[in-house]
Structures are given as C-alpha cells and as structure tokens.
Design a protein around this ligand. Structure first.
Ligand code: ADP
Ligand code: ZN
Ligand code: MG
Length: 485
C-alpha cells in the first residue's frame, strides 16, 4: 500500500502515577508509615485485613490529595466515594484494595510542562486516593519470583496512603513523557504532598503508548508497567514505539497488552496478559461514608497551598521587574526566594536581585552554606544596599563588606566604620578630583576636546588616590562635570 509507506508515525502517550502521600500514619489505621524497618513491625488488624476490623479515613491524606489536585488545576469534588477493587494476591490480605472508582476526589486538571520545544499542556484526567499493597519479597538469588525458593510478605507497606494521578493522552514523545514526570515530581515536592523519592518506591509510573492512525484517530495502546526511574520511562517508550512501528510497517496491527521494560537488556517483554485481564468488580466500600468536602474547607486548604515554582517565577518577573534568569535563580531555592522578598520590600528590587543572586549566592556556593544557616540576614543586605545608594560606600567596598558580614554576622555599618571602608566625603572627593586634573593637564585637555577614552585613565587615578573608597560612577560624573565647563 503506497499510503501506508508514506505515513508519519505520531506517538500518543498518557501516564499513570502512584504517589505515596507524606503522612505519618497509614490510610485507614493508626500504624506508622515507615521505610526499611524490620518486616511486619507496623501492622494492626485493619491493615492486616482481619475480619471485622473497620477502616477510618486518614484526614491528612485527604487534605494532601486535595492539595495535589489544586496544584494540578483540578476540580475538587464535593463528594468522593471509596470503592472496593477486588482481586486476589498475597500482598492484599483483604482480597480487595480500598480505592476510588467513579467518584474520585479530583478531576479535570492540567500541567504545563517545560520541554525543549516549549511548554506542553498535559491534561490531568483524575486523581484519586487509595491504599498501597504490602510488599512481596522473593527469597533466592534473583530477587524475582521466577527462580526463587520462596516468597514472604512484609505488611509494613500495606495500607500506606497512595494517590493515583492519571494524565490525558496528550504527551507527544518519550522525552516529553520524561519531562512531564519530572515536572510533576517537582510540584509534588514543592507542595509537600510527597517526598516522591523514587528509590523508596514513593513515586511509580506506568506509561500508555500508541501510534496515531493515518486518519488522526487513536491507535491501539499498550501499557508499560511500574517503572521506577524516569530515564527508564523514556527509554522504555522509545523501544516500545519502535516495536509498534515495526508491526505497523509490516502490515500488522498492535495488540493491546501490558509490557515490562527491562533496563538491563533495553527490551520490552510482554507480561502474561491473562495475569492482567482483571474484572475488579468495583463496588462502593460499605465500611466508609462518602467523603464530603465543603467549599469552605477546600478554600481553606487552597489558602495554605504554597506558591508553585512556576507561579513564583512569573510573579517575580512581573512584580519586581526581574529577568526570567534572575527570577529562575532566586525561585529555585524557596528559602533564598523568601530572603529576597524581604530585601526587595525595603530597597530597589533589581539591586536586591543583583546582590542576592550574584554576590551573596556566590559566597553561599563557595562555602557550601544554605541561606537558612548563613549569618547574613535580609536586614544586613538592606543596610548594605542603602549604604551604596547613599554614596557612603563604593560598590567594590560594599562587596568586601558583604564578605566580612558573611564571616562574622556583624552589621555592615559597623564593618565599614571598623575597617575604614567608607567613601570619602563629597568635598574631599571634589578636592581629590581637582588634584588629579591639575596633575594630568594633557589628559584633562583631551577629555575637554571630546576624547572619552582618557576619561577612564583619570577615573583610575582618582580611585587610586581614594584607595578605592569612592564610587566609580560618581567619580566619572564629577570628572565630566568639571571638564565640560
Ligand atoms: P484503561 O481503561 O485501559 O485503563 P484509560 O482510558 O483509563 O484506559 O486510560 C489509561 C491511560 O492510558 C491514561 O493515562 C490515558 O491517557 C492513556 N491512554 C488512553 N488511550 C490512549 C491511547 N490511544 N494511546 C496512549 N495512551 C492512551
Ligand atoms: Zn495498621
Ligand atoms: Mg484506567
């Protein structure tokens, strides 16, 4: 078929994330959420699924779910219903997982993902709350079920609050999928919803992928399960798209299956599809009332929502007139951003940005100090900028002052006085400028006749005479005034 050969292959990708919520206790019981502790030391009748034990919803988990939803521009439902998702597996003692089905807590949001080709808006289909399963540990050399001598179950993880986030199939490439995952992780961390530590399994990702039909409609998708590194998400998708393309090019059709990407061999393997052909027989959880979220409660949570990294950057550009670059540097560290805002409230915001993203950050980086542990306070920086603005300290002397303040935590004005770093007084400076002019009559004459190049030489002479304790700009202006009349 001629048409078939000329077609382009456009990827369609949708992601599903599972995120551990940053609560201290489990989703439906009071057991502590732990990591790496002795197996089966944090369990109770509820998370072990003993008959008759009743679940109680973790309020904090609900709040974190709402926070995440708001951060992802979702609609928060006024009513959400927990449902039983029934299946049998050794890590699920009740024989069902409490999840949410047709009435999830959040729906219909989006995420603007920065990519190399510009921002991509990825729709968020839904966000729901559920509980994690326990952990099966396969004993033997491989660590996998295949070839193991036996399997054990650690119920410490069972019942950990989990949030599932599902995106729309809006992602156009494996690179964009990786960027989406990274951006989501940043947001979850900024909001404090999850530590999202992938090595601890706090963030896991499934990727659904297909190739668009020539008429623009969706093709059949396959699903890459349970990837715990975004690099593998990208690489797995590249491999799977190659596989699908190969099938289509040879005239075949893609079958809907579930796959596993093996980073070691860089190959995708089909999981036995029977194993995943579930009918979960969802029904509403009879032991829990529907969640009711009042408008007022949601607004109250929204007010506590910290500003997101992207929002803060935009605001800094708008409110303080900063470049995207400076705004990016300052907002990359929330503590530095807060420090900056206290300074910018008192003095010229651009000066504040120069000092903080430039000199101060250099001092922090050199010494490996966090702003929160630094001896420099916003008040110090405000005072320093005022000293420069009032012409009491030259810009270069102020740098030295900042260095000393950084070491000692002393007030800038004290440092200036103690170390004699103050600018020479105006009349004294005027006298020095006159002296330099009369000592260099030839150069002065050339400036008078319009040769601006020698002006720098005269400025240098004045600075030398003041031992650097004068502002270069002021000296230059003074010279020009005197040599133009
Ligand atoms: P399923 O019923 O198989 O779970 P869903 O419609 O719930 O499928 O979608 C699951 C995920 O698959 C979502 O992230 C969605 O964006 C994505 N998805 C749906 N259709 C496609 C497609 N044709 N190609 C790629 N991803 C898709
Ligand atoms: Zn428990
Ligand atoms: Mg689904």
């Amino acid at each position: 078929m001629e048409v078939q050969e000329k077609r382009t292959y456009q990827a369609v990708i949708g992601l599903e994330f599972h995120v551990h919520l940053a609560t201290t206790t489990k989703m439906f019981c009071g057991c502590r959420v732990t990591y790496g502790e002795a197996p089966n030391t944090h369990t109770c009748p509820v998370c072990l699924g003993h008959p008759g034990a009743l679940p109680v919803v973790n309020e904090k988990a609900v709040e974190l779910g709402v926070m995440a939803g708001l951060a992802l521009n979702c609609e928060v439902a006024d009513r959400a219903v927990f449902a039983r998702k029934n299946y049998f597996y050794p890590d699920l003692p009740k024989g069902y997982q409490i999840s949410q089905f047709d009435e999830p807590i959040c729906t219909g949001g989006y995420l603007d993902v920065p990519t190399a080709e510009g921002p991509v808006r990825v729709g968020i289909t839904r966000l729901h709350l559920e509980e994690d399963a326990a952990k099966n540990v396969h004993v033997g050399t491989s660590g996998r079920m295949h070839g193991s001598v036996g399997s054990l179950v650690d119920f410490n993880r069972g019942g950990t609050p989990l949030m599932e986030i599902v995106t729309e199939p809006d992602i156009p490439s494996p690179e964009a999928a990786r960027a989406t995952a990274n951006h989501l992780k940043e947001i979850l961390r900024a909001v404090g919803v999850s530590e999202a530590d992938m090595e601890k399994g706090q963030l896991r990702c499934d990727a659904n992928v297909s190739i668009r039909n020539p008429d623009g409609s969706f093709g059949t998708k396959t699903e890459l399960k349970n990837m715990n590194s975004f690099r593998f998400v990208e690489r797995g998708l590249v491999r799977e798209l190659e596989r699908q393309r190969g099938i289509l090019e040879s005239g075949g059709s893609v079958e809907q299956t579930t796959l596993h990407y093996d980073p070691e061999t860089d190959e995708v393997h089909e999981l036995r599809s029977k194993e995943y052909a579930h009918d979960y027989r969802y029904f509403p959880e009879p032991d829990l009332l529907p969640l009711e979220l009042s408008e007022a409660h949601v607004r109250e949570i929204e007010e506590r929502l910290p500003e997101l990294p992207g929002q803060m950057l935009d605001r800094f550009v708008e409110q303080y007139g900063l470049s995207e670059y400076d705004a990016g540097v300052l907002t990359a560290d929330r503590d530095l951003a807060a420090f900056y805002e206290r300074v910018a409230a008192a003095v010229d915001p651009k000066q504040a940005a120069n000092w903080i993203s430039g000199d101060l950050r250099a001092l922090l980086n050199e010494s490996g100090t966090e702003i929160s542990e630094s001896k420099v306070t916003p008040e110090h920086v405000i005072e320093l900028i005022e000293l420069v603005t009032d012409g009491k300290v030259s810009r270069s002397a102020a740098r030295e002052v900042l260095g000393t303040v950084f070491e000692s935590g002393d007030r800038p004005s004290d440092v200036v006085e103690r170390e004699g770093l103050g600018s020479v007084a105006a009349d004294e400076l005027s006298g020095i400028v006159d002296g330099v002019i009369s000592a260099n009559p030839d150069e002065a004459e050339r400036v008078r006749s319009g040769d601006k190049k020698v002006l720098g030489f005269l400025v240098g002479q004045v600075m030398k005479a003041t031992r650097g304790n004068a502002d270069g700009g002021r000296v230059r202006q003074l010279l020009m005034d005197k040599l133009s009349s």
